[in-house]
Design a protein. Structure first.
Length: 259
């Protein structure tokens, strides 16, 4: 079914590569006008140009930049229908090796940035022409459910995103009815961010093989597969879905695989 986001305005953070770029492309394919934000300017501009969208530089940890981004979207399009809170970082460290600097950086991008996105998106969506309406998709992880020994800060941030999503969803349901918020929980995905983590491990092929093996489906997912999941949550097909988790992990959690 084509045109699932026809006439909608979508903002995708971290849209220069990986899941963000795939989601932006899929949203555009389904009729949305897409605004891509990132701090990787060359990649971001390329991603936006390929889909006929708009690129804005944005550090999602900065509230002033969030305000400017939303203002720019509203000035150009007059409304905001979809926010994909995708920007994130991975910095691996056990709790014993986690410095305060690393902790603060990961939490700033992965959790505070998502909080700011939700805050400012709701502020725009409640004033949409025709009344409050919109969908927020927050990218969490299966580490929002189970612990990653080598990623204490990352696990904490993704667990925080999962629960923040529920708080936002309940508030919006009770106050505005038609503004929804859900979280997407990928397993191991073949993205530049994960490849960088594999490379840093010293055994990239071994790490890739491990993460493929712990998912019962027997492979890592593509970023396009995550984009299709985000499309469902963004579209009106999920109009009665809010405050919940869409787990896309190839059966990892169902099998209780180790992390």
């Amino acid at each position: 079914m084509a045109g699932r986001l026809k006439g909608k305005i979508a903002l995708v953070t971290g849209g220069a590569s990986g899941i963000g770029a795939s989601t932006a492309r899929i949203f555009a394919r389904e009729g949305a006008k897409v605004v891509v934000t990132d701090v990787q300017d060359a990649l971001g501009e390329k991603a936006a140009k390929e889909i006929g969208g708009t690129y804005l530089r944005q550090d999602t940890t900065d509230e002033k930049q969030w305000a400017r981004t939303i203002e720019a979207v509203l000035a150009k399009h007059g409304r905001l229908d979809v926010l994909m809170n995708n920007a994130g970082v991975f910095m691996g460290a056990t709790i014993e090796d986690t410095t305060l600097e690393l902790w603060n950086r990961v939490l700033a991008v992965n959790l505070t940035g998502v909080m700011l996105g939700c805050k400012h998106a709701v502020g725009a969506m409640k004033n949409n022409p025709g009344g409050p309406r919109g969908s927020i998709v927050n990218v969490s992880s299966i580490t929002g459910f189970i612990g990653l020994a080598g990623g204490a800060a990352y696990t904490a941030s993704k667990g925080g995103v999962r629960m923040l999503t529920k708080s936002v969803a309940v508030h919006c349901a009770r106050t505005y009815k038609n503004i929804r918020c859900n979280s997407l929980h990928p397993g191991a995905i073949d993205t530049p961010m994960n490849q960088a983590a594999f490379d840093a491990s010293g055994d990239p092929e071994g790490m890739r093989a491990f993460f493929a093996s712990v998912q019962p489906i027997g492979r890592m997912a593509t970023s396009d597969e995550m984009g299709e999941c985000a499309l469902f949550l963004a579209s009106d097909e999920s109009s009665f879905v809010t405050g919940t988790e869409l787990v896309a992990d190839g059966g990892w959690l169902a099998a209780s695989g180790p992390l």
